[in-house]
Design a protein around this ligand. Structure first.
Ligand code: 5RP
Length: 230
């Protein structure tokens, strides 16, 4: 029986064959992506030429430690490929992301990329999105008003959710862009597009972790091999 770490590594390894010499690469955040980054660093040491753009400070630090050439999105505003993890993936390659709190930069980088490849272990595959709490990045100003406005917007869709302010220890979790995160537990999200539109109408919402129409392919590691979803 493969462990979760072995599956993450297998997904990362499969992703390497999608990386071509000379690519400008968006590099995601999370433990699966970290497995990929370590394997990528070996290839770079062996002569592969790529330039990475990180989706978080954490990823930036790891890539630099491992001597992967890095640039900012300002320097490279168009990328060939982004490789990133996910918290949930459905049959239509719709994703919930942001478990690591990097959803805003992850979405900006994914949109700037010609292609987004998701890497994950099979535990991330779901019939319906929503069992994993949906991260919603909000501005700190008027946090309670935003909280109430989200509840109202969600209620108008006939949904309800528990909204919890993410913390790091006793303090609120602060994203790389200086915002807060509300984790919204829906149980299931029957219409992700409707929820996305409703959330983005709330002015204090900066972004949410629903990635709809962004992922082009996914490499999902299972006990019997890596499945390629398109
Ligand atoms: C970070 C993310 C991650 O990609 C997601 O949380 C999956 O992480 P992991 O590979 O550790 O399970 O969206 O914001």
């Amino acid at each position: 029986m493969a462990t979760a770490d072995e599956l993450k590594r297998a997904a990362g390894e499969a992703a390497l064959s999608h990386v071509e010499d000379g690519m400008n690469l968006g590099i995601g955040t999370g433990t699966t992506t970290e497995a990929f980054i370590r394997l990528l660093a070996d290839k770079v040491r062996d002569g592969l030429q790529v330039t990475g753009v990180a989706t978080s400070e954490r990823t930036e630090r790891l890539c630099r430690e491992l001597s992967i050439p890095m640039a900012t999105l300002e320097e490279l505003p168009k990328l060939d490929l982004t490789i990133d993890g996910a918290d949930e993936i459905d049959q239509s390659l719709r994703l919930v992301k942001g478990g690591g709190g990097a959803l805003l930069r992850e979405k900006i980088v994914a949109v700037a990329s010609r292609k987004m490849l998701v890497i994950a272990d099979e535990a991330k595959l779901v019939e319906t999105l929503g069992a994993f709490p949906l991260p919603i990045e909000i501005n700190g100003f008027g946090m309670i008003a935003t909280y109430l406005a989200i509840q109202e917007a969600v209620g108008e869709l006939g949904l309800s959710c528990e909204l919890i302010l993410r913390r790091r220890g006793p303090e609120p979790f602060i994203t790389d862009s200086g915002h807060l995160i509300l984790d919204a537990s829906f149980g299931r999200i029957p219409d992700p597009h409707a929820l996305s539109n409703a959330l983005l109408k709330v002015p204090g919402v900066v972004e949410h972790g629903l990635f709809l129409g962004l992922a082009d392919e996914a490499l999902v590691a299972t006990a019997s091999g890596v499945r390629h979803l398109t």
